[in-house]
Design a protein around this ligand. Structure first.
Ligand SMILES: NC(=O)c1ccc[n+]([C@@H]2O[C@H](COP(=O)([O-])OP(=O)(O)OC[C@H]3O[C@@H](n4cnc5c(N)ncnc54)[C@H](OP(=O)(O)O)[C@@H]3O)[C@@H](O)[C@H]2O)c1
Length: 331
């Protein structure tokens, strides 16, 4: 292999150190803050950047850049038009968080179906009225039908788990086909999703945010859903129209939603003082609110740093790295 290349990691020192360990003598890892200014100060000459959020200003000036590697999945915070114009950078996801995100999606679905959060809240006040009461009985998950939008890395893990729960699983993808179609009883293209939405008891979003998927779950889409349906979003907030979903939940046009991916975030990841929507989702009892932690599990950091380091090594050896993003499709 290989000359010693510079890898910029705009994360904490322990993450940069863990990646350095995997890369060994093949690369020198430097770290920075996440601002364009600091990234340029420490890594304007980096060949590789490890992040899923890269300021446009950095991409404009980092002329030696040839690879961007993310820790997870989703490249909607990277200017793909600019990368296409440059034509000299490959962008790779890791997708190693897919099983964990799928477990979390199932947890959200069950918690919503079984009224877990509300029941907990009431019993903490000494109130037992949820024993055989509350806004509705628990929803039986077995025997129901679930529609998964996106049957990629997360979607197929969700499908496997739903089958074990006795759920009939259907899916919609962009193309209408999927290598994981054997896991579900029907796959359609997203243009033909309407009949599947009409029959679904649960809808789970596991598709990337792209030009095509932005605002996909809007008033019209929601109008096709059963009034008893539950929605789970572990993908990205902007796939859903914020106002349309809020009004549908408030007015009881669908039964509930469990949301991990939102429309508004604090300036600093993990910060405070910021509601996740301009609409008061926090006032709705039929909503479970989760602060984008679906992938935050015990082992994830080790798994991600190992994958990231090994994928960079593949690239440095001249092999094709795994999970290259199609810059036109956006995933
Ligand atoms: N909550 C979290 O912490 C968390 C963690 C990880 C990821 N995510 C989000 O989840 C997304 C999906 O992750 P993944 O690893 O499963 O990605 P992925 O494997 O790239 O997902 C691809 C799947 O989505 C489908 N798809 C793409 N555009 C679509 C559209 N417009 N309509 C319907 N289906 C469409 C693809 O269809 P084709 O097969 O036809 O191409 C494919 O089945 C990420 O992009 C990210 O935004 C969230």
């Amino acid at each position: 292999m290989t000359k010693r290349v510079k890898v910029l990691v705009p994360y904490q020192a322990e993450i940069a150190d863990a990646i350095q360990q995997v890369l060994g003598d093949n690369a020198i890892v430097v770290r920075s803050e996440r601002s364009a200014e600091d990234m340029l100060r420490h890594g304007s000459d980096a060949q590789v950047v490890v992040s899923s959020r890269i300021p446009r200003e950095y991409l404009l000036h980092a002329r030696g850049l040839s690879m961007i590697q993310t820790f997870g999945a989703g490249v909607d915070k990277i200017d793909l038009d600019l990368l296409r114009e440059r034509g000299d950078v490959i962008l790779c996801n890791s997708h190693v968080n897919a099983p964990e995100v799928a477990e979390y999606a199932i947890s959200l679905l069950l918690a919503l179906a079984k009224n877990l959060v509300l029941s907990d809240r009431e019993l903490r006040r000494g109130d037992w009225r949820y024993t055989w009461g509350g806004p509705r009985p628990n929803i039986e998950v077995r025997g129901r039908t679930c529609l998964i939008l996106g049957l990629g890395h997360i979607g197929r893990e969700v499908a496997e788990r739903l089958r074990a729960l006795g759920v009939t699983v259907k899916a919609a993808t962009r193309s209408g086909i999927s290598p994981s179609s054997y896991l579900v009883s029907e796959v359609v293209s997203i243009e033909n999703v309407r009949p599947l939405v009409r029959e679904a008891d649960f809808v789970i979003l596991t598709l990337p945010l792209t030009r095509e998927s932005r605002g996909l779950v809007n008033r019209e889409f929601i109008s096709w859903m059963k009034s008893t349906a539950l929605l789970v979003n572990v993908a990205r907030g902007e796939i859903v129209n914020e106002k349309d979903l809020f009004e549908a939940l408030r007015d009881g046009r669908i039964a509930g939603a469990a949301i991990d991916a939102w429309w508004q975030y604090p300036k600093v990841w993990g910060g405070s003082g910021c509601f996740p929507s301009v609409y008061p989702y926090h006032e709705l009892d039929n909503v479970i609110m989760s602060p984008h932690r679906a992938a935050f599990s015990e082992g994830i950091r080790d798994e991600q740093t190992r994958f990231v380091g090994e994928n960079i090594l593949r690239f440095l050896r001249g092999e094709t790295p795994l999970n290259i993003v199609d810059l036109h499709r956006g995933y």
